[in-house]
Design a protein around this ligand. Structure first.
Ligand code: SAH
Ligand code: MG
Length: 949
């Protein structure tokens, strides 16, 4: 495939759009679907059937649109009911996506035809917004009466815009091109329409409208006479050409009865409406927000003039970069962003204030992460998460929807998703290489493109049957980006969302790190299975100057520094209820973010939320918030200050832009957070295990280990992959012969928590002089258990509970070899989930049924218990792994488990292998230290006795 893949057909082929997609394009959020269960009446028509017997459940969908309500046929699936309703609405509205593909000549004729229709008598009373312009233009005074700006015709009638594209594709981005074509077409019907060669970019109907249909202008004239013209103040935003000048808010006084464009003109230094050029709408489909700007003064006949204008508007000094970026149209000169105009079926002028905050929200919405933050209503606190772990844990807009909106805002075609299903590759053991959901363990870790790539590499991936590929094309059908991840998923939605998120992650880095080299961007793209074409860079040329500007405006902000977060000091206070969040759990916080100036104690509130939920370990919030929350318990509060974010984010949040701006200009301005941890929802695995087992499985695992410790009278224990120390902690509650306990893990965060809890528990035991506790030494090591460390050689007992499934399968084998071949404990206990047991867990846990009801996959074994699991083995797979190792390293092997029973299908919930060393004196040992001790505790009063191996 060539890099620049050109297609002869429109990739987002209209015919392939689903009815819902067509409705969405037309009505956006205004379309409201309601699905209800209905009884299958056809079943009861059969005389032989028992009347009481409930037929299969059917769904009916009611679709509410601004102008009508339609009800679908009964369908077996909710989705089908919605599509059916959409289809019916399309039929009623007559908005079928007809193939319109005229020749240039046909398009020219159609344009003349359309103009003839617009200037006919009948149109004046039509509900079309353009007709309201015609009526308002009739209220203009003197020679301008009935004079309607070319730009208004160009932007208010969708049909005209569409026809013009076929005459010249430039019409898509350049309004002047559309206006020229309208002018030319109007010249062909001189009896109906009057054109102006000089001076005015306007059209006028040649003959007056018949009196019966002409709107009364008496009121307006009277108002004028008595100087009673009602003025409506509306807030607008002025966007200067020069990037060095800030955008600013201003108030326009629009006359309620006159022609509003005549009131905007003076603000742009012009005298009347036809000097004004108008952009297409910005944002939602239903919005009336547009940019108003000016055509340069004209002194030449039309032909020359227009071509000059086109040239002039393209010259860099004249181009309004910000306005052009926002609209995707070439906009020249000073621009005014306003939300005012006529809407369908309404005779009144619609108007809404556009604040500076609205302007910045539009800007921020054009960045993927910004769009996500806005969808969460947390512009300051939220970040685009690293991975799509599960639908249940996702908050805010879904990646696919964000990507679609992104494409709309950037004037690209709808992204094209294609799903490939591969039913052969759905065995649970299928070897798909996946990286671990990486938690930002250390904040010193600088995120270059590569690190980011590694971190976001398919953490959610579950080997399964669906692959998803997405392609993004420009409106002119050039491929700009293609993402085809190798990994497959058990669910179609997971495949789609994960692929969309990959694209968003790349785009986000591209937008937020303007200084990243092409090379790094390409490398990062490669890691995400993304193919870029040069057209991508051509398409986004303006994004950097615009977004960079916003960070440049700040005194103490360096855009190359976003990831180099300085570690703020976090004050944590309040009673800790003992529930702490862990990776994969959902934390719910309340927070307030403000701008502060240290000395002056000046403060400006930016954003707050009473209940904000996010997944721990998924970079779904600012790193500082996650760093704070991970150290907190439910009920505790934290307070900290941090460096500023780019100012466009801050201004998109600030209610009072003026005072936020004045604080931002101070060198000592900081962002301040106050937050409280309200609750923690544990990952599905824990929820399932707790709901089903009593005592909980984790406790049963501990008791299982204790039984072996007692039986073997071991004096030393190492817990490989100790996590937050749940086993080590609980061991202290039982009288054992242990004198030395050690934990090893790679998660510093978990280790820190283990240290905190062990420290206080051990000291308490010593203080209370508990005779059952013989422990003299406790150590926690930071290190990977696939590496050997001679300090842990020949221990009495080693445990590795629910850890191997968090590693790649090859690492699980490596660990097996290292532990039995080098560490040589007398006993090794390894536990891991039994995949076959998942059916029972999933059936009995209500949370797992929240999933997509239309999911075609049966619930049996359709997913792992925890999204961080790399694999879950059946009994046979576990047996194979363990027996191989036992034979190789001369260990005796026995299988057991907790939860359920060995002889009842499908076996234990957690399967356990117990290895016993056969050699009394194992192979020689090499002195190596691969682990870093991060915490040590010893009972000073007692000597330490070395264990005989
Ligand atoms: N054994 C604990 C924790 C299980 S969660 C318990 O039963 O509660 C899995 C743990 O394995 C995590 O803390 C993770 O950090 C750790 N882990 C995963 N891969 C590891 C590796 N290669 N080396 C050390 N620890 C690892
Ligand atoms: Mg696990």
């Amino acid at each position: 495939m060539t890099e620049t893949e050109k297609l002869s057909v429109n990739p987002a082929k209209k015919a392939s759009l689903s009815p819902k997609a067509i409705i969405h394009q037309t009505f956006g959020d205004k379309a409201c679907y309601k699905v209800e269960e209905v009884q299958d009446s056809t079943q009861n028509e059969c005389p032989g059937l028992a009347v009481q017997q409930k037929g299969p459940c059917l769904y009916q969908c009611t679709l509410q649109l601004p102008e009508m309500v339609v009800v679908s046929d009964p369908c077996r699936k909710k989705k089908d009911a919605e599509q059916s309703a959409a289809e019916k609405a399309i039929e009623k509205l007559g908005i079928h996506q007809k193939e319109y593909n005229p020749t240039v000549q046909e398009a020219r004729d159609d344009l003349v035809g359309r103009l003839t229709f617009l200037f006919a008598d009948e149109f004046l009373s039509s509900p079309h917004p353009l007709s309201a312009h015609f009526r308002a233009a009739l209220r203009r005074e003197g020679e301008f009466s009935g004079c309607i700006p070319l730009s208004v015709i160009a932007v208010c009638d969708a049909k005209i815009g569409n026809i013009c594209k076929f005459i010249n594709p430039l019409a898509e981005v350049n309004l002047l091109e559309v206006m020229t074509q309208i002018q030319k077409a109007a010249e062909k019907v001189p009896d109906l329409i009057r054109t102006y060669e000089f001076e005015q970019l306007a059209l006028q109907r040649r003959n007056p409208y018949p009196n019966e249909i002409k709107p009364s202008s008496v009121d307006h004239e009277l108002d004028l006479e008595f100087q009673l013209v009602k003025r409506i103040p509306i807030e607008v935003v002025r966007i200067p050409v020069s990037l060095d000048k800030a955008v600013e808010s201003l108030t326009l006084n629009i006359s309620a009865t006159g022609y509003y464009l005549d009131d905007i003109a003076p603000e742009l230094g012009m005298t009347e409406a036809s000097d004004i050029l108008i952009s297409r709408t910005i944002g939602r489909a239903s919005s009336e927000m547009r940019i108003y700007y000016t055509a340069p003064k004209q002194q030449h006949p039309r032909e020359i003039l227009v071509s000059q204008l086109v040239e002039a508007s393209r010259s860099e000094t004249f181009l309004n970069v910000r306005a052009t970026y926002m609209t995707g149209q070439e906009i020249s000169g000073t621009a005014i962003l306003a939300s005012v105009g006529y809407r369908w079926k309404s005779t009144d002028l619609f108007h809404e204030d556009v604040s500076l905050r609205s302007y910045y929200r539009i800007l921020v919405n054009m960045i993927p992460s910004g769009a996500y933050r806005i969808s969460r209503e947390a512009v300051i606190a939220a970040r685009l998460p690293l991975a799509f772990t599960t639908k249940n844990n996702w908050r805010g807009s879904f990646p696919r929807d964000i990507l679609c909106t992104f494409c709309r805002f950037h004037h690209l075609s709808e992204p094209l998703f294609s799903i490939k299903s591969n039913s052969l590759n759905s065995s649970p053991g299928a070897n798909v290489s996946r990286k671990k959901l990486k938690v930002n363990e250390s904040s010193k870790e600088e995120k270059s493109g590569e690190d980011l790539a590694a971190a976001s590499e398919d953490p959610a991936g579950h080997n399964g049957a669906f692959h998803c590929e997405v392609k993004i094309y420009t409106k002119s059908r050039h491929l700009i980006l293609k993402c085809s991840p190798k990994e497959s998923f058990r669910k179609q939605t997971d495949a789609t969302q994960s692929t969309a998120l990959k694209v968003l992650s790349w785009l986000n880095v591209f937008f937020e790190k303007p200084d990243l080299s092409r090379e790094k961007l390409n490398l990062y793209a490669e890691k995400l299975d993304i193919l870029l074409t040069p057209d991508l860079f051509k398409n986004f040329v303006l994004c950097h100057p615009v977004h960079k500007l916003e960070s440049r405006r700040l005194v103490n902000f360096d855009s190359s520094d976003i990831s180099k977060e300085s570690e703020p000091s976090i004050d944590i206070g309040g009673q800790n209820a003992g529930i702490t969040p862990s990776i994969g759990s959902l934390a719910c916080i309340s927070y307030t973010a403000s701008l502060v100036i240290e000395e002056g104690c000046k403060k400006e509130h930016l954003e707050s939320c009473e209940q904000f939920e996010f997944e721990i370990g998924n970079e779904a919030v600012l790193p500082h918030i996650e760093a704070a929350v991970i150290q907190m318990g439910v009920g505790q509060s934290a307070h900290f200050q941090m460096d500023l974010l780019p100012s466009d984010y801050i201004l998109a949040a600030a209610g009072d832009s003026a005072s936020a701006l004045s604080l931002l200009s101070s060198k000592s301005c900081k962002l301040e957070f106050n937050l409280t941890l309200l609750r923690v929802t544990e990952p599905l695995e824990e929820r399932m295990e707790q709901a089903l087992f009593s005592p909980p499985l984790s406790k049963q695992r501990v008791e299982f280990a204790v039984q072996y410790i007692k039986e073997s009278s071991a004096t030393s224990l190492v817990d490989f992959g100790c996590g937050s120390g749940s086993l080590l902690d609980s061991l202290l509650l039982y009288p054992t012969s242990l004198e030395k306990i050690v934990g090893v893990d790679i998660s510093q965060r978990s280790l820190a928590r283990a240290a905190k809890s062990l420290h206080s528990k051990l000291n308490r035991l010593v203080d209370t002089k508990d005779p059952s506790c013989k422990i003299k030494v406790a150590v926690l090591f930071d290190g990977s258990i696939t590496k050997f460390d001679s300090r842990l050689y020949g221990f009495g007992i080693a445990t590795c509970l629910e850890v191997i499934e968090h590693m790649e399968e090859e690492d699980a084998s490596l660990f097996g070899d290292v532990v039995l071949g080098s560490f040589c404990p007398k006993i090794l206990i390894v536990s891991t989930p039994n995949y076959e047991y998942n059916v029972i867990l999933q059936k009995s846990t209500p949370q797992s049924q929240e999933e997509d009801p239309d999911d075609k996959n049966p619930p049996q074994g359709c997913k792992f218990r925890n999204h961080d699991h790399r694999f879950e083995w059946t009994r046979a797979q576990f047996n194979e792994w363990a027996s191989g190792l036992a034979t190789k390293h001369n260990y005796a092997l026995e299988f057991s488990g907790v939860g359920g029973a060995a002889d009842v299908e499908p076996g234990f919930a957690s399967q356990i292998a117990i290895f016993r060393r056969r050699d009394s004196s194992p192979t020689s040992m090499v002195l190596v230290h691969n682990y870093a001790p991060i915490w040590e505790w010893s009972r000073k009063d007692l000597p330490i006795k070395e264990e005989a191996a």
